[in-house]
Structures are given as C-alpha cells and as structure tokens.
Design a protein around this ligand. Structure first.
Ligand SMILES: [Zn+2]
Length: 318
C-alpha cells in the first residue's frame, strides 16, 4: 500500500493531494470550499468529486486510505463534522459515506491536530515528545503532542485554544457565539473588526480595512495608530500563548496559518517578548512546511490513527 489521498478542508479553500509513503506529493489540487448548506451531501459530494479528480479519475489500486483534515469541531470516532464556527455545515457524517463509496478506510481529524502530525512527521517537531502546533488563520486553533501522542479530549477537539478567553475590554463576539475569545480578536476573519472596535474605543479615525492584510500593510507603511494597535494585538496573542504554556508545558511551539506566516516579522517577536515567564519558555518557531502541515498530517492518518489514544502511524510501518 504505497499511496494515500490527503484532503485538507479549510474554511476558505480545500486542498487535496495524492501522497507517497515518504510524504512526497503527486498530483494536487486546490479549490474553494463550498459555503455550506443544510444538505449534508453537499460536503460529501464535494469531497468525493475532489478525491476522484485529484487521483486522475480513479484511485490507484495500492491506495491505503484517505485522510481528511477539517476545521472542527469534529467527532473523530463517529467521523462526523459537528458545528464549525466558520462554515454553515452541521452534523455531517463524513467518513462513513466516503469509505463506503471508495471501499477503503477514511479517517478524519481536526485540522490543527493534522497540522501537528504533519510537523511531527516532516517538520520542526520531528523527534519531539511534547510540542504544540498553533495556527492563526481564518480561525485559530492548536494541536498538542503530549508524550508522543495527540491530546484528543472527548471527541477529538482538545486544545481549541481559539476559544481561550483573552480579553474583556472590547465588545467582540467570536464565531462560536461567546465574547472575549482569542479567535474573535486575532484571527484573519475577525482582525478587521477588532481594529474597528479598537479605533472606536481610543477615539481614532477608522479607515475601514476589509482584510487583515490591509492592517499589516499600513503597519509596514509606518502608520502610528496601526502600530499601537499591533502592540495591543501582540499583548493579547501573548496572553493566549502564556495560557498554552501553562496548560500544556511544551518544549516547542510551532506557529502556522496564513495570518502569522505572512506577517511573522510584525507578530512573532513582540508576542514572544510579552509572554509570561512563569514556566521556562519553550522554543517558539515558525513552521517551515509552507502551509502544507495539515495536508501532510492528513496523509499520515490515512495510514492509521488510534482515535482512543491519539497514536498515529509512523511512515515506516505498513
Ligand atoms: Zn469562541
């Protein structure tokens, strides 16, 4: 069994690839994720079509399995996508219908857990036993490696750090419906809203950036107000990272996700400077996998994943 199909379903885009045993990527595709809907077959039909197309019309005979990385929450044991805050799908059975259709095992995992497995298998966490993978993207989340296993929780959603409570100064409601959460402040989706509330609170003119990137561009242009805003953002990011350190005691934290990958020069250093030093600081690095960690992790779990204990396949075992 040489090949696997890996699919990384993001809130915005979905990527799929046929992967070799060593993680080498064969054909790959990236398409828009369907916006949502009440009919669960929209998502499974989309995935089934994408898997077929990326495999060139039919899966290779030696395909060991299909691995799905998906923005949760998920129920990994039932293979159900529950109620993701950034998509409108609800309670979609995913792995059962796909496994029936393709006749091979289909495994599903929360995208941050997939990113962590990608980093342990191919990236900065190789050889580590205790590490945290944090993604700052459309949403915010994490995966925790604890003594070599993924920390799962009840349904496979442990370390939903985007919903850590980080602040009460601004009236910001997160996609999950509650206030004060890290994701409601610092994710790509909510950052422009945080900036508008920040301007209002501090009596600054608000020039209405639509996207997080507009804010970072202004910072690079030397806009004093935006630079002050980024100081406060860094303090908030640091609060969440401090919580991650005391909760999980990692020796490594890896940062990934489009927001921080594109703006590590503005975000990483000030955040680390503001992190609490109660426990000794772990090593904190940017991913070197160029946004592919969740896709690679999905490829790893396609070969086997223990949903009771969080052990995952190693690439040398069959
Ligand atoms: Zn939340």
């Amino acid at each position: 069994m040489v090949h696997v199909v890996a699919v990384d379903v993001g809130a915005t885009n979905t990527r799929a690839a046929v992967l070799e045993r060593d993680g080498r990527t064969g054909d790959r595709m990236e398409v828009k994720t369907p916006a949502g809907g009440a009919d669960p077959s929209i998502l499974t039909g989309f995935l089934s079509g994408l898997i077929t197309r990326v495999a060139g019309g039919a899966l290779p005979d030696d395909t060991a399995g299909i691995g799905l990385s998906i923005a949760g929450p998920v129920d990994i044991r039932q293979g159900i996508l529950l109620n993701p805050p950034n998509m409108t799908f609800r309670d979609v059975p995913v792995t059962g219908p796909l496994s029936e259709e393709f006749g091979i095992p289909v495994r599903m995992i929360n995208d941050c857990h997939a990113g962590l497995i990608g980093e342990v298998s191919f990236g900065a966490a190789k050889g580590r036993q205790n590490a945290v993978y944090v993604t700052l993207s459309t949403g915010i989340g994490a995966g925790v490696l604890e003594n070599g296993r993924i920390l799962l929780g009840r349904d496979g959603n442990a370390a939903e750090v985007g919903h850590f409570h980080v602040d009460d100064t601004y009236d910001l409601v997160c996609g999950c419906g509650y206030s004060g959460h890290w994701e409601g402040y610092a994710s790509g989706k909510y950052l422009p809203w945080f900036f508008s509330q920040w301007c209002h609170y501090h009596g600054k003119p608000h020039w209405g950036p639509d996207a997080a990137e507009d804010i970072f561009r202004s910072a690079r242009g030397g806009d004093d107000d935006v630079l002050r805003f980024l100081e406060e953002l860094s303090a908030i990011n640091a609060r969440a990272v401090s919580d991650i350190i005391v909760a999980y005691d990692p020796d490594l934290i890896i940062f990934d996700g489009s927001v921080i990958r594109s703006n590590a020069d503005l975000l990483l250093g000030p955040m680390i400077d503001a992190v609490d030093r109660y426990l000794s600081l772990p090593e904190m690095v940017m991913t070197a996998l160029d946004g592919n960690a969740p896709l690679l992790g999905a490829g790893v779990i396609a070969r086997g994943y223990d949903t009771e204990y969080g052990n995952f396949a190693t690439l040398t075992s069959e």
